[in-house]
Design a protein around this ligand. Sequence first.
Ligand SMILES: Cc1ncc(COP(=O)(O)O)c(C=O)c1O
Length: 400
Amino acid sequence: MTYDVHKIRSHFPSLNTGLAFFDGPGGSQVPLAVGTAIAQAITKPISNRNTITESEKNAEEYVLGFREAVADLIDVDARGVVYGRSWTQLSYDFSRTLAKNWGPGDEIVVSRLDHDSNIRPWIQAAQAVGATVRWAEMDLETTEVTVESVEAVLTPNTKLVAITGAGNTLGTRPDLKAIGVAVHKVGAMFFVDGVHLTPHAVVSVKDIGADFFGFSFYKLMGPHCAALAASPALLEKLSNDKLLPSTNAVPERFEFGTLPYELMAGCIAAVDFIADIAPGNGVTRREKIVNSMNALEKYEEELLEYLESSVASLPGVTLYGHAKHRTPTIYFSFAGHNSVDIYKAMGLKSVTLPASNFYALEVSRALGLGDAGALRAGLAPYTTKEDVDRLIAGLKEILG
Ligand SMILES: Cc1ncc(COP(=O)(O)O)c(C=O)c1O
């Protein structure tokens, strides 16, 4: 089934403004169906989750529907899906919970490629209990974090390895499956930040073999919230701090306070939207998602080639991402030009091309970009070749 970008674009009211969006890795635009689902959920009869009245049943349906939608999107058991306000919040919560079982002599591994939300919570949790932090380094030439670079810091004392599914500035996609095998060989747990990977690839957590995997819905056309998945059996084994009257059931005991049913409705609509992008001959929602994401991946791959070769031809450019397997995200700067000035000048041309470290602070520092970072252009399901042409024309004018 062919990928019809113009049909997809017709679902996004924000695209009518004429802005060209290259800030997808920071948060995508949202189709009308997601906004409608949120509005309908919050205005129909709704009470606290239960099964007695119609309003209670509505809330119950959104919660269970949310877990099913996540299960279909990333191929996990719906009973192990935990809702979170953001991925950062989930990382913090789970780092503190897991650290309860660590102490001096134990080791955890973080990677130089990651967004800070999959680094700092682990470092701080390890420090609080006297555990040691080790770094899986990124090769500065290839911008890869290889299985060998992870193996180099694994020991029989390793308790957990936290690594990203894809770097949110460089786009690097580590070989998660191979890394997972190495991590499990030493008996450690494998915690994967799927925030930048999930919007661009077919994800099967079962295939990857991650113990924990999570992502944020606002990066894939949904509302501002996140999800973490683990096997229900693993969640049962973890003991976390919680209120006394709240349930001890899994996954609920990891979700604090009353759940935002309307956002969950928005998440369900976002997953349904993804399933309908290019469903092919898929019958189940999972099959449709796989077909759609395959079609999207192919579309984004071709457009990335065009974007990258066009940017590479501009004077004084440095492109920083060189990994073999990458998401459609490029990170770059121009000699003699301040990236933030370019960001502002492009904004005046209605092209969103932000410049920052984007919280991948370790990457920015390792590449010699300090804390300022560089420009980032990311593709999204609604990006067109015409958008790329506007980006290139704008940059040419600014560079002179
Ligand atoms: C790879 C990656 N991880 C984590 C995050 C943080 O996600 P959240 O805003 O949901 O905390 C981001 C956001 O930019 C990201 O790109």
